[in-house]
Design a protein around this ligand. Structure first.
Ligand code: MEV
Length: 327
């Protein structure tokens, strides 16, 4: 394995789920977009392996250790890994997926693995994410951060989308299969996402476990998961047509189902109420329980001000940005 001289840099974007979080873990369709906010990593040869000055450790850095084991052999000298990010952590914006995608890209570049495809990267990142989430994770966050743009996961190959690859995951009840696609959109310069962060950290693993135990207790609630899949498909159709009014409606409908499932919070509801009057649609995004809500809006300034008045911190992004790459 040859080693590239000098610091190796890579970055990957945050993601925002427009439709289908939680339901996607059970194989239902979902849509996510890459945001403007990014995580950057820099690798420099060093005496020992470290992350931000602390020794690399499997408990503290499970994603990085999994990628190192998969991608690097003993011929690679130790590296110090420096991470800088404008993606808030544990807030539903895919900071751990962005970390995996950026570190994976940097490791592959370090060893000059030119044939290291996005599919290989998102597969490794998904496996690392699934391990960190107690075995249950969809490839939505990791494939969006890897591919960028708009990513659609579905239980079947979707028309009008570009099919990329199939991802599978062994789960206690068998095997889950997702078809991963990208979607090209007609550019609309007047449409924005405003993210409102409650500042409350809610680990994805706990939120995913909460839904799993609700479904175990009441298997008939799988109907609600299926209803989310129906709304995702409606939202996807609206996106393909560039009908953002209908996209917004589907987002708000999706939120009602997420709230009923028990993954919203008072703080999220406050920010959502504040954003509604100036938005086309509003919902929580990601695992919920805290973290972020997202508003689809043509008035980003007004929407952001309303969210901030209600106590949220905001980020503004256009829809669809570049995926993981070397810097
Ligand atoms: C987290 O960003 C999205 C969830 O659907 C979990 C997953 O897809 O693995 C809640």
């Amino acid at each position: 394995m040859g080693v590239e001289a000098g610091p190796q840099k890579a970055s990957a974007p945050a993601k925002c789920i427009l439709f289908g979080e939680h339901a996607v873990v059970y194989g239902e369709p979902a849509v996510a977009v890459a945001l403007e906010q990014r995580l950057h990593v820099q690798l420099r040869p060093s005496k020992t392996w470290s992350v931000g000055g602390s020794p690399l450790h499997p408990d503290r850095h499970p994603h990085i250790v999994a990628l190192k084991t998969a991608l690097l052999d003993d011929s690679i000298p130790p590296m110090s890994i420096h991470i800088s990010s404008d993606i808030p952590r544990a807030s539903g914006l895919g900071s751990s997926a962005a970390l995996s995608a950026a570190v994976g890209r940097a490791f592959a570049a370090l060893t000059q693995q030119q044939d290291f495809t996005n599919e290989a990267l998102s597969t490794l990142a998904h496996q690392a994410e699934a391990q960190a989430q107690g075995g249950l994770a969809s490839p939505l966050d990791t494939s969006t951060s890897t591919e960028g743009g708009i990513v659609v996961l579905s239980d079947k190959k979707e028309e009008f989308c570009t099919w990329l690859y199939t991802r599978t995951l062994a789960v206690p009840t068998g095997e889950r299969v997702w078809e991963v696609h990208s979607l090209d959109l007609k550019r609309d310069d007047d449409i924005y996402l405003v993210l409102g962060n409650t500042g409350i950290h809610a680990p994805t693993s706990a939120q995913v476990a909460l839904v799993a135990s609700a479904l175990e207790e009441s298997p008939e609630r799988m109907q609600e998961i299926k209803a989310m899949g129906t709304i995702s498909r409606r939202g996807l159709d609206a996106l393909k047509r560039g009908d953002y009014t209908a996209v917004g409606h589907a987002m708000s409908e999706n939120h009602v189902l997420l709230r009923n499932l028990g993954v919203s919070s008072y703080e999220l509801e406050d920010l959502i109420q504040a954003a509604l009057p100036t938005s086309l649609g509003v919902k929580l995004t990601g695992a919920g329980g805290g973290g972020c809500m997202v508003a689809l809006t043509r008035q980003p300034k007004e929407t952001a001000e309303a969210i901030e008045l209600a106590g949220g911190r905001t980020l503004v992004s256009r829809i669809g940005n570049a995926g993981a790459g070397t810097d």
